[in-house]
Design a protein around this ligand. Structure first.
Ligand SMILES: Cc1cc2nc3c(=O)[nH]c(=O)nc-3n(C[C@H](O)[C@H](O)[C@H](O)COP(=O)(O)O)c2cc1C
Length: 721
């Protein structure tokens, strides 16, 4: 390519330690006409603060001195690797380190440095190229300064040179080659040789055709922003060399040679130009202005804002091409004025999910009516993972009925509910509630669990009236109806020995064991494990999708199952965060970057600050064992609330997995991590190999939750006080 003599555009990068540079550097430093700018201390401090820490071979890189002859300035800079790392640090993770490295090898040519100036500068600033080639024959005029970010000092200087200088001041290490003659049939091939992308921003029709034809022959994609109506034009000659130039909009002109083109009159060119810039879709002022060119206007108008939008569009197109992401040939309009006609008030989802404080009213009285109905209603108030209510409650036989069947409904399972074990816990809790309600009505109740037939993996038969009522259970009725999940942050209080003893007894009576962690170091360990498991739940696509599906927003058409967002007790900042956390595409990025520790923060902070973590375990691993444990969970939960404490189950993703296949099905990518976490957790709670984990409860002191959870098929979904 040609490098004609002309005003200098290159900065000199000097290493005072290199013998070849030392002499020049000291001469410049001692020259009284040269200003010295030394901000290296600030640059080093900033580099040292970069996260994660930059390796020593980058921090130890020797500084350089950069001489800008057009400014007569000698400036000190970090070495090339440190400078690049620091300068582009704020791109992460919008552009990853790997992506920046790939883009750093891209060679981009820009022809026409009025609009092209903003484009080339954006590409350089954003780190979207590793070499720039700029071509323009024209010099800066004052009338360019409404859209070209040059200065009065640049007037009369070649436009490509002005742009190259500006980029050298931005990044002295970025190679920028300049052609000051514009492109001709003789120079175009040299300019294009080895380019990955060409950006064409010429005024002249001849030049448009010339560079496109040459780019097509070499399979180089061509981009153009017209700066009127936000039009971006893409020609993927890299994937399709048979495409007509400019999508055929030029007609016969596209195939003319340079001489024939040069011979065309302005009148013959105008209709083609109008087609290129899509005159029919131009904003009205622009279209009217075209009619005035040559009379009241010297040439067509252009605004800096349009040029900036064009630069943004081209930058994104270059990024896609550079990273091999989809970008079709064709055109698109990024019409900012049209978009501003669509300004609307933002939705205020936060206001709708705010929490308020509720107090307990009078203790719920035991309802009158058929005992079997009271028992059925109590069973349905049981807790269940994601409030799926994975049961079918039936009253078999004709009235007067003495039996209630509670079947585990396999259709209401989820990935976390491995082997229906979580559902079995819920069914077990429902049977406990049934026994309490029956006792409160003065009727004894016996529960028989039965392992599944083909339809139901587990069933519980609650038989009424063939035993004496349990008075201790009867007294639990109000507390049972008030049992609730409380997701408030809560605070830590010391649990007295009497409370601990009662909680243990509550589990014992139902044939399960309680492990109660209350020492802060144990709580920290549990917090770390549960937080890591939560992060995995977020980062595993199907677990994340199911978790988000469980949420019920105001106006949800099926609010009788699932978890109301209000019950998450979020403050305004959390609501905004939830808008990000619910997005699968965001989780995909975090998973790719192996990032997202923040996803475990909620569990980590709540559990670290808890009064205790109660783990209910049971001997055996059959669904009937989990159901027994479910009754124990409910018994412990009610007892805890009776002592003025709030309860929230916190289910780690590994809770119900028992073998490698379970872990793999839960999360193919994190299977091993989940297995390790479960092992560490089981060790923490001293679970023996024959014991199963039924549920983990976080205990704290907190005001009541904002809302009462709802149940399917119940007209009376109001608070049971
Ligand atoms: C097996 C099981 C697992 C649960 N896991 C969680 C959990 O991880 N996080 C949570 O906030 N609540 C959890 N819960 C509580 C349920 O979401 C809650 O019981 C349901 O939404 C009904 O609300 P209620 O308990 O206030 O009646 C779980 C409950 C059960 C029975």
């Amino acid at each position: 390519m040609s490098h004609p003599a002309g005003p200098v555009h290159c900065a000199s990068v000097l290493d005072p330690n290199a013998p070849t540079d030392a002499e020049r550097w000291s001469a410049l430093r001692d020259d009284p006409r040269v200003d010295v700018v030394d901000t290296i201390a600030a640059q080093r401090a900033e580099l040292a603060a970069v996260r994660p820490p930059v390796p020593a071979d980058v921090t130890d890189e020797p500084d350089r001195w950069v001489y800008y002859p057009w400014r007569r300035v000698l400036a000190r800079a970090l070495g090339p690797r440190g400078y690049r790392r620091l300068r582009l640090d704020r791109n992460r993770n919008l552009l990853s380190a790997d992506e920046l490295e790939t883009l750093g090898r891209l060679r981009v040519g820009v022809v026409g440095l009025s609009v092209g100036h903003a484009i080339a500068h954006t590409l350089a600033t954003q780190g979207l190229c590793g070499e720039l080639r700029l071509a323009d024959f024209d010099a800066i005029d004052v009338s360019n300064l409404n859209r070209v970010p040059a200065t009065l000092l640049d007037v009369g200087v070649n436009k490509a040179v002005v742009c190259a200088r500006r980029i050298a001041e931005l990044d002295p290490y970025l190679p920028v080659l300049v052609t000051q003659d514009g492109l001709t049939p003789d120079t175009v091939d040299g300019f294009l040789d080895g380019l990955d992308v060409l950006v064409e921003e010429c005024d002249s029709l001849d030049a448009k055709v010339l560079v496109r034809a040459a780019a097509r022959a070499r399979g180089i994609p061509v981009l153009m922003a017209t700066s009127s109506g936000g039009l971006l034009d893409v020609e993927r000659f890299d994937t399709d060399r048979d495409r007509p130039l400019l999508h055929g909009l030029l007609g016969d002109l596209a195939e003319m040679d340079a001489d024939a083109l040069a011979g065309l009159s302005a009148k013959e060119k105008v209709p083609r130009v109008l087609r290129i810039i899509d005159a029919s879709g131009l904003p009205a002022r622009m279209a009217a202005s075209l009619l005035e060119v040559g009379t009241t206007l010297t040439t067509w108008p252009q605004l800096a804002s349009e040029v900036a939008v064009g630069a943004a569009s081209v930058a994104e197109a270059v990024r896609r091409i550079g990273l091999g992401e989809p970008l079709a040939s064709g055109r698109v309009k990024v019409d900012v004025p049209a978009l501003l006609d669509q300004v609307r008030e933002p939705g205020r989802s936060g206001a709708a999910v705010g929490s308020d404080e509720r107090a307990y009213g009078q203790a719920p009285a035991v309802p009158a009516g058929e005992v079997i109905d009271v028992v059925a209603a109590a069973a349905q108030r049981a807790p269940s993972g994601g409030n799926t209510q994975p049961w079918i409650v039936e009253k078999p036989g004709a009235p007067p009925q003495h039996r209630l069947d509670i079947h585990l409904d396999p259709d209401l399972t989820s990935a976390m509910d491995v082997g229906f074990r979580g559902s079995a816990v819920a069914v077990g809790a429902a049977t406990f509630n049934a026994r309490v309600a029956a006792a409160a009505r003065g009727v004894g109740a016996r529960v028989d669990f039965r392992l599944g037939d083909e339809r139901f993996p587990l069933s519980a038969a609650v038989t009424l009236g063939d035993s004496e009522p349990d008075l201790a259970l009867a007294e639990l009725y109000p507390a049972m109806m008030r049992r609730e999940t409380n997701r408030r942050h809560g605070e830590r209080i010391e649990l007295g020995d009497d409370v601990v003893a009662e909680l243990n007894a509550a589990a014992d009576r139902e044939g399960a064991r309680l492990c109660l962690l209350t020492d802060p170091p144990d709580l920290q360990r549990a917090a770390a494990i549960l937080a890591t498991a939560d992060r995995i739940r977020y980062l595993t696509p199907h677990l994340h999708a199911q978790m988000i599906d469980e949420l019920r927003w105001p106006g949800d058409p099926s609010p009788d199952t699932g978890i109301e967002v209000r019950s998450l007790e979020l403050d305004d900042a959390d609501v905004v965060l939830l808008d990000i956390l619910r997005r699968g595409d965001v989780m995909t990025h975090l998973a790719t970057w192996d990032a997202g520790t923040v996803l475990g923060d909620d569990s980590r902070t709540k559990i670290s600050a808890a009064a205790g973590v109660a783990i209910v375990t049971v001997a055996g691993g059959a669904l009937t064992d989990y159901a027994r444990a479910g009754a124990a969970v409910e018994s412990v939960w009610i007892c805890t609330q009776q002592h003025g404490l709030a309860v929230q189950p916190v289910s780690p993703a590994f809770l119900y997995a028992v073998d490698d296949a379970d872990f793999a099905a839960l999360s193919p990518r994190f299977a091993k991590a989940l297995a390790d976490l479960q092992y560490t957790f089981r060790t923490l709670v001293s679970a023996n190999p024959a014991e199963s984990l039924a549920l983990v409860l976080r205990l704290s002191r907190a005001p009541r939750p904002s809302v009462v959870s709802r149940r399917r098929g119940r007209e009376d979904n109001s608070s049971p006080n």
